[in-house]
Design a protein around this ligand. Structure first.
Ligand SMILES: [Zn+2]
Length: 252
């Protein structure tokens, strides 16, 4: 773990003119269980440190980052300018404005970044169990299309999350989620029922027609470079962030 050390963002390629990546605990100034690049205002950290950490990550992204209050829902919010303290509750964000960064905070849930570089549309989605079953992934793809994206041109990146060998749930819940999103039922490494949220996100992206999908296989519960709510309880949040950084594309 490099917490307290330098920033160590994993960049992902979502096309020309798009900046995107996933942070971890490294970099920033938060202390204790929030060491050190905590981005959440709602997790008991010092507000000024979390704010400063967002600025650090925005510097990497080359755009200030707007994030919302995430409620495990499926709503998509359009962000057309930087809002340092957006109150709106939404689990997916969309932007068509160069220089306006958007981000999704997580600590075990699945962060998803999407872009149609040619159309100039970027988006994020926060997919935990609730968002997965509620349809946040197909909703954000549909919102991108409504803003000019073409599904075959969309690239998506699935970020670090708790894996299907670690996310233990009661048997009945496994059955409910499997019924809603087939392919998610699993078993933990210690032999109890589990669900694989990232596998569900992947199948929903494919079902929506998205073909160019990359995936970071790191498990937040097993890998201490990441914040993990299930492992640590009181902890911080890392993020997936994306922005259009080139000039506004033409829509010819
Ligand atoms: Zn795991």
């Amino acid at each position: 773990m490099n917490a307290g050390g330098g920033l160590d963002v994993l960049g992902v390629d979502l096309g020309p003119g798009v900046s995107a990546g996933f942070s971890n605990r490294s970099g920033g100034s938060s202390l204790g269980p929030h060491t050190s690049l905590n981005l959440g205002y709602h997790v008991g950290d010092d507000w000024d440190r979390a704010y400063a950490n967002r600025q650090v990550l925005g510097g990497w992204l080359r755009a200030p980052i707007t994030m919302t209050t995430q409620v495990h829902g499926a709503d998509v919010a359009h962000v057309d300018r930087y809002r340092p303290n957006m109150k709106r509750k939404a689990d997916a964000l969309l932007s068509t404005t160069p220089g306006v960064g958007i981000g999704v905070m997580v600590a075990d849930c699945v962060p998803v970044l999407l872009a149609d570089a040619r159309a100039g549309v970027v988006a994020t989605a926060h997919a935990g169990r609730g968002g997965l079953v509620g349809g946040v992934v197909p909703n954000v793809v549909a919102a991108m299309v409504a803003h000019g994206a073409r599904v075959p041109s969309i690239r998506a990146a699935i970020g670090p999350s708790i894996c299907g060998r670690c996310y233990e749930v009661p048997e009945q819940l496994r059955t409910e989620v499997e019924t809603a999103v087939p392919g998610t039922a699993g078993e933990t490494s210690w032999g109890t029922p589990s669900i694989d949220i990232a596998a569900g996100v992947l199948s929903q992206l494919k079902a929506a027609g998205v073909q160019r999908i990359s995936r970071v296989d790191d498990c937040t519960y097993e890998d201490e470079r990441y914040f993990s709510y299930r492992r640590d309880g009181v902890t911080g949040r890392f993020a997936g962030v994306v922005a259009l950084i080139g000039p506004a594309p033409s829509h010819a």
